[in-house]
Design a protein. Structure first.
Length: 577
């Protein structure tokens, strides 16, 4: 059983907090879920929605058909009536607006709830209609009210017991109204106990936790969708996490501050989106030239230019791989779920230190803002590797330390300024081992080769892509980043439709260095390859051709600003096959 609940209304109706409260209530009841939000790029107003796809079994992506629609205004019914699943439930206020003429599904089940009347009887205000709707939603699912009451208590405890009791009373009025008036329409859910302890978390929170587990000491970011969720989280936890968060005047300042912090020995990170990274390109190139580690969280949204600020996409892959003046090594990682977001963000710090170069974590709006149930993280298992960072004792033994010393692997021992023997130059001009400007041809070639040797070393250590599914598959999907969940859900659906069908998925989460040999071997053994990406051109497929010579003809591409649903992939497969 997989169902999707969606709540919609005007901005200011508490849509976002309602979705989070509902998700946490379901998780407490023992369900797995994916929560996604949609909102326009407006300061005020506009139509907002939150959708929660949930199941007794693990679910990895949102499903498009809506099984329970909570309409806090008439527009929600009009906008989303075509999304209703067979037998869908519609919760609305029949005393405030009429939906009888909206040509809804004939098999839809209607729950007319007098939001205003119930709120008035509870002593509340109309802004609390979302709280009534939450109670009603829990009742429609046949779940115990205690799950919602527990979450409301945790949510409002800081505001005092009176506020807690008031919100519970309002929510209970919606719950009781359904139980009393629509008892025959309620089918209680049977939920099996989860095998492992789960938590509900956003991609931004998972990334932040990964950074903290890796020992981040400095974070700089200028606000920009979709990385604002990370800014809010890092600002809230900086004291507990033992790091400094700085919001500078712009993205140029952010990247240069982070490089400066790294120069002093601190693990540093910035976060931005495509437009913001355009301003960071020169600073990133500086980090490449002076060989300073820095982690860059790059949140993708549709472009060009301002594009769709509050929507999602995967069109910046080639931009991140190639943005620079000149050539220098870079690491690019692309997590596909919450566990990867946590672990790969932490690993990004190790890779940045190990190869002394900028390291990117490439995410998108959908994966960064969505909430998922996931296994509990274990920060104590994160191993910190500072690479060739000299200890205080080792540094004072080498007073003539050359910061850019030529070595066999291209990686120079790195000291920290301010220590004895820590006098050296970080020079954006081409330089010699000591950091002094040097434009001689022989030195220039040798320095470029030294830096690019680090890329060669990283290439040798890149892990192979993970392959999910059947070994001898008739269809092999290729994808990266946030398409992972939708592809895995599509595979489950395809196998339900045809139990004899063998399908698998090659998940690429190391983009640069690229695991060329492993990818080539996987695809050469594949019978039919279908690439799935959230961009117009199929940028991963083009990268695969560049690195392996293998051309992937069949591509399922989506570039409307919305995330992939399993249905999109299944429909795409039917068109191809």
């Amino acid at each position: 059983m997989i169902k999707t609940w969606k709540i919609g209304g005007e901005a200011g109706f508490g849509i976002m907090v309602s979705g989070t409260t509902f998700s946490r209530s379901l998780a407490r009841a023992g369900l797995y879920l994916v929560e996604t939000s949609e909102y326009p790029s407006l300061i005020r107003g506009g139509h907002n929605t939150v959708a929660v796809t949930f199941s007794e079994k693990p679910v990895y992506a949102p499903y498009k058909p809506v099984d329970i629609l909570v309409a806090l205004n008439k527009e929600t019914v009009i906008f989303h009536k075509d999304e209703l699943a067979p037998g869908a439930s519609v919760l609305y206020d029949g005393t405030s607006y009429d939906i009888s003429q909206e040509n809804l599904r004939p098999d839809a089940v209607f729950f007319s709830i007098p939001f205003g009347k119930l709120i008035k009887e509870s002593g509340g205000e109309m802004i609390m209609r979302n709280t009534v709707a939450l109670g009603a939603s829990i009742a429609v699912l046949g779940l115990p009210f205690e799950h919602l009451a527990h979450i409301l208590t945790a949510q409002f405890t800081k505001k005092g017991q009176k506020v807690v009791d008031f919100n519970i009373t309002v929510a209970k009025s919606g719950y009781d109204y359904i139980v009393v008036n629509y008892k025959e329409k309620i089918t209680p859910m049977k939920i099996e106990k989860k095998e492992k302890e789960q938590m509900v978390i956003t991609g931004a929170e998972a990334s932040g936790l990964g950074a903290i587990a890796a020992g981040i000491k400095f974070f700089a970011a200028y606000p920009m969708t979709p990385i604002n969720a990370l800014l809010s989280y890092m600002a809230a936890v900086q004291v507990k996490g033992n790091f400094i968060y700085k919001q500078p005047e712009d993205e140029i300042a952010a990247i240069n501050m982070a490089i400066g912090a790294s120069f002093s020995g601190a693990r540093s990170m910035v976060a931005t989106s495509g437009g913001g990274f355009s301003l960071m390109v020169e600073g990133t190139s500086l980090a490449g030239m002076v060989e300073q580690p820095v982690v860059i969280i790059m949140g993708m949204r549709p472009g060009p230019a301002t594009g769709l600020p509050t929507w999602t996409g995967q069109a910046d892959l080639h931009f991140i791989l190639n943005a620079s003046q000149g050539e220098f090594p870079r690491i690019v990682l692309a997590p596909g779920d919450m566990e990867e977001m946590f672990k790969l963000t932490a690993e990004a710090f190790n890779l940045a230190d190990r190869y002394q170069t900028p390291t990117f974590v490439l995410v998108d709006k959908y994966l960064f803002e969505a909430r998922f149930t996931t296994n509990v993280f274990h920060p104590e298992e994160i191993v910190i590797d500072r690479g060739k960072l000299l200890s205080y004792e080792d540094q004072i033994k080498t007073p003539d330390h050359n910061r850019f010393q030529f070595t066999e692997d291209g990686i120079s021992p790195r000291g920290i300024p301010g220590r004895p023997g820590g006098v050296f130059r970080a020079n954006s001009d081409e330089h010699n081992e000591a950091g002094y400007s040097d434009e001689e041809a022989a030195n220039t070639a040798k320095m470029i080769e030294k830096r690019m040797k680090k890329q060669q070393m990283a290439n040798m250590a890149v892990p192979a892509p993970i392959v999910y599914g059947d070994a001898d598959a008739e269809i092999t999907f290729s994808g990266w980043g946030s398409t992972k969940g939708a592809i895995l859900e599509a595979i489950k659906k395809l196998k339900v439709q045809n139990s004899n069908l063998k399908v698998n998925y090659m998940h690429v989460n190391y983009i640069n260095p690229f695991p060329s040999e492993a990818v080539e071997q996987i695809l050469k053994n594949a019978k039919r390859v279908v690439d799935v990406e959230g961009n117009h051109n199929g940028q991963l497929a083009d990268l695969i051709r560049m690195k392996t010579g293998i051309y992937i003809k069949d591509r399922i591409l989506k570039y409307d600003g919305r995330p992939f649903y399993p249905e999109d992939i299944i429909e795409g497969v039917k068109k191809i096959i």
